[in-house]
Write a protein that binds this ligand. Structure first.
Ligand code: 1PZ
Length: 209
C-alpha cells in the first residue's frame, strides 16, 4: 500500500472509517438504530488493503473476505440496512444457509473481530511476533467456526507471514504511529461488532456458527 503522499496510511484510512461508523451509532439505542450497508461495506473493504502486506499465503483469505464484502455491498441498494438483510433471511428461514447474506455478514464480522484481536495482541508486547499475534487471534476468533482443512491451511500460511518490522515498513508506519491507529481501530470496531451480534441475538439467533 502506497500512501497518498499526504501521510495517509492504510491504517489511518481504516481507523477513520470505523470511527465514523462508531460515531454514527454513539448514544443510539441498538434496538432501533439502523446501520446502512453502504458505509459499513466501504469501511470493511478498506481492511482488504492489509492483505497486501501479508504476502501471497493469505491470497485465499483475501478472496474469501473480499467476495463476501462485495456481495453485501451489491445488496446495499436493495436492502438498505444490515437489519433488513437479517430480517429477510429470518423470513425465508435461510440465516445460516450457505451463500445467504446473513451468513456472509456473520463471516465479515468475524474478519473485523480477527483484525481487532490481532491488533490487540500486536500491541500487547513488542516480543510477540506477527505470526504469534496472528495465530493466537485466529485461534480465538475464527478457528472454532472453520473446518479442519481451512484451519490447517491457515496455520501453514502463518509461517509465511512477514516479521513485525516488515509489516510496519510495508504499512508505512512506525511502532508509534501504528500503535495510535491500531488503538483507534480497536476502540471503534468494538461497538460495530457488538451491534452486529445484537442483530442476531435480538432475533433469537445464537452465535455458535
Ligand atoms: C497481519 C494480519 C495477519 C492475519 C492473518 C489472518 C488470517 C486469517 C485467515 C482466514 C482464512 C479464512 C479462509 C476461509 C474460510 C471459510 O471457510 C469461512 C466460512 O465461509 P462460509 O462457509 O460461511 O462460506 N469464511 C470466512 O470465515 C470469511 C473470511 C474471514 C477472514 C477474514 C480475514 C480478515 C482480515 C485479516 C487481516 C488482513
Amino acid at each position: 500500500f502506497e500512501d497518498a503522499g499526504d501521510g495517509t496510511t492504510a491504517l489511518t484510512l481504516i481507523a477513520d472509517a470505523f470511527e465514523k461508523l462508531s460515531d454514527s451509532m454513539k448514544n443510539k439505542n441498538y434496538a432501533s438504530f439502523e446501520l446502512n450497508l453502504k458505509p459499513f461495506c466501504e469501511a470493511c473493504s478498506l481492511i482488504s488493503i492489509l492483505f497486501g502486506s501479508l504476502g501471497i499465503a493469505f491470497k485465499f483469505a483475501e478472496m474469501e473476505y473480499t467476495s463476501k464484502v462485495n456481495d453485501l455491498c451489491d445488496a446495499a441498494s436493495l436492502y438498505g440496512s444490515l437489519s433488513k438483510v437479517i430480517d429477510c433471511d429470518v423470513k425465508n428461514d435461510s440465516v445460516k444457509e450457505a451463500e445467504s447474506l446473513s451468513r456472509k455478514l456473520r463471516r465479515v464480522r468475524q474478519g473485523l473481530d480477527l483484525v481487532r484481536e490481532l491488533f490487540q495482541n500486536f500491541l500487547s508486547t513488542d516480543d510477540y511476533s506477527l505470526k504469534e499475534a496472528a495465530s493466537s487471534a485466529y485461534k480465538e476468533v475464527c478457528a472454532p467456526y472453520h473446518t479442519w482443512a481451512v484451519r490447517t491451511a491457515v496455520s501453514a500460511g502463518m509461517c509465511a507471514l512477514p516479521t513485525r518490522d516488515q509489516l510496519l515498513l510495508s504499512l508505512n508506519e512506525t511502532d508509534e504511529s501504528a500503535e495510535i491507529e491500531m488503538r483507534r481501530y480497536i476502540k471503534a470496531s468494538l461497538p460495530v461488532i457488538k451491534y452486529i451480534d445484537n442483530l442476531y441475538t435480538s432475533r433469537g439467533i445464537t452465535l455458535d456458527w
